[in-house]
Design a protein around this ligand. Structure first.
Ligand SMILES: N[C@@H](CCC(=O)N[C@@H](CS)C(=O)NCC(=O)O)C(=O)O
Length: 211
């Protein structure tokens, strides 16, 4: 069996796929691809025509789009189920993943984390207007997710699901910004959930390191 994850060390989407593989206990190889580089290899573009990361190749079966990859990993490999069985809980998991992708990634990661943490660390100029826009959008996203989150231990119910991994990878970056950490504290259910999630071995095992 061969299983290869093509991805970028610092990518949150790459980390989501890695979290799913870690939670399933599946061994895999990694190939580093920087999607922001001007010269993304043609061989990678053949795997992912949009040039984003990650992409997974399992015994010659190639797949891109993180939500498809994590669902595939959950279905194709043994290990704990990462999707709830009930229709309503499954719909909530799908909805949370959709909200995180459509409304969360840009403000939480690309505006707040990149502008408040990554760019200063690299000595690059910061755009205060982007930070302000990102924080305003993050208030709305976190408010919506606080409403959607189950009252149990995890976002879609009593067991860990793919929704936890999707949001977790983004919050791990977001809370590195002082402003992000402060915002999260206003959302009691999410803040308590994050405190639990961040202690999982999969979170430590997939830590991307400094930007
Ligand atoms: N819809 C894609 C999004 C993946 C994505 O945006 N990945 C980022 C890295 S976290 C990327 O490749 N960005 C490159 C770019 O924006 O050019 C998925 O779910 O896999």
């Amino acid at each position: 069996m061969t299983l290869v994850l093509h991805g970028y060390r610092l990518s949150v989407y790459n980390r989501i796929a890695r979290l799913a593989l870690a939670e399933k206990g599946v061994a895999y190889d990694r190939v580093e691809v920087n999607p922001f580089a001007p010269d993304v290899p043609a061989a990678y573009l053949a795997l992912h025509p949009f040039g984003r990361v990650p992409a997974l190749v399992h015994d010659g079966f190639a797949l891109y789009e993180t939500a498809a990859i994590t669902r595939y990993v959950d279905r194709a490999f043994p290990g704990p189920a990462l999707q709830p069985a009930g229709a309503k809980a499954l719909a909530r998991m799908d909805q949370i993943i959709g909200v995180v992708d459509a409304y969360g990634y840009w403000p939480l990661v690309r505006q707040v984390f990149v502008q408040c943490v990554a760019r200063p660390r690299r000595g690059e100029p910061v755009d205060e207007a982007e930070i302000a826009k990102g924080l305003a959008a993050s208030v709305k996203v976190l408010g919506a997710l606080e409403e959607l989150a189950s009252k149990e231990a995890f976002l879609a119910g009593p067991a860990l699901s793919l929704a936890d991994l999707h949001l977790g990878a983004m919050l791990a970056y977001f809370v590195q910004a002082r402003e992000g950490e402060a915002l999260l504290k206003h959302h009691a259910r999410l803040a308590a959930w994050w405190e639990r999630l961040r202690q999982r071995p999969s979170v430590a095992a997939t830590d991307p390191g400094l930007p």
